[in-house]
Design a protein around this ligand. Structure first.
Ligand SMILES: Cc1cc2nc3c(=O)[nH]c(=O)nc-3n(C[C@H](O)[C@H](O)[C@H](O)COP(=O)(O)OP(=O)(O)OC[C@H]3O[C@@H](n4cnc5c(N)ncnc54)[C@H](O)[C@@H]3O)c2cc1C
Length: 395
């Protein structure tokens, strides 16, 4: 099968959906390919509970999102599905709580009602042919067999930089021992009368098991969040692993060990059981495109504004360090920084854009830009920029 399109978006995570919906809204004939059978990427398969990166760093409760557009729309739709939910404070920042099923519904609605947008699930980018620094031909494999796509512009929202790598675009990748810890989520049900401080008790008993060498040291950075209903909770474990089949199997075995320890240590977990596990290991950091500008730690912490700033963000630099666990560096209270449009455009492949996790930022700046709220707005701006470029406007 051969197809031509204006914009091809690779990856239907939160950034890719925003990119594809925006491109189609701007009148572009848009195709989105996603290797999973569902939209939402990490946010869905790692069972996230909160959208981060939506608000300014003001310590007062937020009224509006920092960026309007699709990020604001998604929050509005989530609120319609679960009225009464408000942004909540976590330390120095505000986050928006959501249930996985609600986010899935909102994302599916966004795609389904969008004219000019077609999505192919279970379709994986396989190879790219370039000519004179332009992507000319993209080949995918999957449910529909081999697909040959002729796009005018490509937006890489694959999280792992699949299109960046295959097109020969410039990129950076931190050495494995420097990369942020990856994550794996365990959903536990059947918890009875959990103590008020359960979010402290769970890490406490897991830490004990680490000290007694029953568990590997990196598991001490575990986090526990209560679920939507009283009897459930989510453990987020953090691992120095890349995502592959063997490591995912190893993570599943660790999840069972952790649950056994909680059953033995906490009365409220006695009759609990593992209801669900992440399907894959969720990587916080992968390949980062080298764009026409690379955002730095200093840009983030000095709340720098740019002449071509397109996305505002105030999420702290949250680095999941392999030795120290999470380390936070904050933007000054009440302020925000901007991400320039140049971070979304490849430095050497003319019709390639990157958004979401593979945007052009340094290892440290990624600690701030990689959260869901920011990824949605980055995707939206990449969609807009890619369409404008087709008529010779902008980058
Ligand atoms: C452990 C962990 C916990 C986190 N917790 C939070 C949190 O609580 N709140 C928050 O806001 N953020 C959180 N984040 C960050 C946030 O989830 C992600 O950075 C964000 O969702 C990334 O979105 P994305 O669309 O860029 O990438 P992804 O969600 O990774 O989406 C990329 C999509 O591309 C698809 N894909 C990949 N390769 C190909 C290919 N070759 N062909 C076709 N499709 C492909 C994938 O299947 C996937 O669906 C967390 C991240 C991790 C790892």
């Amino acid at each position: 099968m051969e197809i031509s399109c204006d914009i091809l978006v690779v990856g239907g995570g939160i950034a890719g959906i925003a990119a594809a919906v925006k491109a189609a809204r701007e009148g572009a004939n848009t195709l989105l390919i996603e290797k999973n059978s569902f939209p939402g990427g990490i946010a869905i398969h790692a069972m996230h509970r909160y959208i981060c990166g939506l608000y300014s760093s003001d310590l007062r409760a937020p009224i509006n999102t920092l960026n309007g557009g699709i990020a604001e729309e998604i929050c509005h739709e989530l609120k319609n599905l679960s009225p009464g939910i408000e942004a909540i404070q976590m330390g120095n920042v505000y986050v928006y709580p959501f249930a996985t099923k609600d986010l899935l519904k909102v994302l599916k609605n966004l795609i389904d009602k969008q004219t000019g947008l077609e999505i192919f699930y279970e379709t994986e980018l396989n190879s790219i042919q370039t000519k004179q620094d332009n992507i000319k031909k993209v080949i995918t494999k999957g449910l529909k067999g081999e697909l040959i796509i002729y796009p005018r512009a490509v937006i890489d929202c694959s999280g792992d930089g699949a299109a960046i790598r295959l097109s020969g675009a410039a990129y950076e990748l931190s050495p494995a021992n420097v990369r942020q810890l990856a994550g794996f989520c365990i959903k536990i049900k059947g918890i009875k009368n959990p103590p008020d401080m359960v979010f402290i008790s769970v890490p406490y008993y897991v830490l004990h098991a680490v000290i007694e060498k029953k568990l590997p040291p990196y598991l001490k950075y575990i986090k526990f969040y209560p679920g939507d209903i009283d009897d459930e909770g989510f453990c987020l474990i953090n691992l120095p692993f890349e995502n592959n089949f063997e490591k995912a199997e190893e993570a599943k075995k660790l999840a069972v060990k952790i649950h056994d320890i909680l059953v033995d240590s906490l009365v409220s977990f006695k009759d609990s059981y593992i209801d669900k596990l992440s399907s894959v290991i969720a990587e916080r950091e992968g390949l980062r495109m080298v764009g026409q500008y690379m955002l730095t730690r200093e840009d983030v912490l000095s709340a720098r504004k740019f002449y071509d700033g397109v996305v505002k963000n105030a999420w702290p630099i949250e680095l999941w360090n392999q030795d120290k666990g999470p380390v936070y560096q904050y933007v000054e209270a009440g302020d925000f920084y901007e991400i320039p449009l140049r971070c979304l455009k490849s430095i050497n492949i003319k019709n390639l854009y990157g958004a979401g996790r593979c945007v052009s930022v340094s290892h440290e700046a990624l600690g701030s830009t990689r959260v869901m709220g920011t990824c949605i707005s980055l995707g939206e701006q990449a969609g807009l920029a890619a369409v404008k470029s087709l008529s010779g406007i902008g980058l």
